[in-house]
Write a protein that binds this ligand. Structure first.
Ligand code: DX5
Ligand code: ZN
Length: 224
């Protein structure tokens, strides 16, 4: 049986002054909207404060997948779940108490995601496998859209797929995902794909999502 593929467009590089319109162009083709929250501390870039994020979450017509790139994330992560996100992902490097934070996210009603920067090995966090609903393997250094996909992360994606085993845990990749790179990520075992610039720089963003999805589905059959 083929693995279910999900495409989660990132609005980081969308026109943030006209977000309602930007989201309406892609909502029908998207599984979730990926919301990149950056604080200019954990990463050298700033996107939204919590208030603005809540406004976006409330107005978004489809489920929101929040990717929190913020320091001291334990304190704020459950609030994103309470604000209505369907999925809340924290960086392992930013947490003080991973287990409690993942449990608090689940308790507040969202899926709990654990993200790893490129230099962070999955093996260190393999023990958390039963506390997570999704692993996010970064395929760029977090902070900016439009960066080059790190092919060398594919080994880590494969090892993460092994750690997951038969569990119904999603495996997301984020950064540089495009028509050129999605197949190899899917073949390596990823099943949730964030795409920012590939989607929003396309002439027809919704057709691009469909093309990405088709490539990922074909490659997932090779990967199994
Ligand atoms: C990077 C963000 C990504 C980014 C992806 O730190 O987490 O979600 O928006 O953008 P692209 O697809 O352009 O690499
Ligand atoms: Zn992201």
């Amino acid at each position: 049986m083929a693995r279910e593929v999900r495409i989660t467009p990132s609005i980081l590089n969308a026109d943030l002054t006209n977000l309602g319109h930007e989201i309406s162009r892609i909502a029908a083709q998207s599984d979730l909207i990926h919301l990149d929250v950056m604080d200019n501390i954990f990463v050298p870039n700033f996107t939204f404060d919590f208030e603005r994020a809540v406004q976006i979450i409330r107005e978004c017509p489809i489920a929101v997948d929040a990717h929190l790139m913020v320091a001291d994330v334990d304190a704020i992560a459950p609030a994103y779940a309470e604000a209505g996100c369907s999925s809340v992902t924290v960086h392992a490097e930013a947490t003080r108490d991973i287990t409690s934070t993942l449990r608090a996210i689940r308790k507040a009603g969202a899926r709990a995601g654990l993200a790893l920067k490129p230099a962070t090995p999955i093996e260190t966090y393999a023990d958390c496998v039963d506390e997570v609903d999704m692993f996010l393997i970064m395929t760029v250094e977090p902070g900016f859209g439009g960066q080059k996909f790190m092919h060398e992360m594919m080994e880590k994606v494969k090892r993460t797929r092994e750690v997951i085993g038969d569990r119904p845990i999603w495996l997301q990749v984020d950064g540089g995902v495009s028509m050129e790179t999605i197949s190899q990520a899917s073949e390596a075992g990823a099943d949730v794909f964030v795409a920012g610039s590939a989607v929003f720089n396309a002439e027809d963003p919704s057709a691009m999502i469909l093309s990405l999805r088709n490539l990922a589905i074909s490659a997932s059959q090779i990967g199994r």
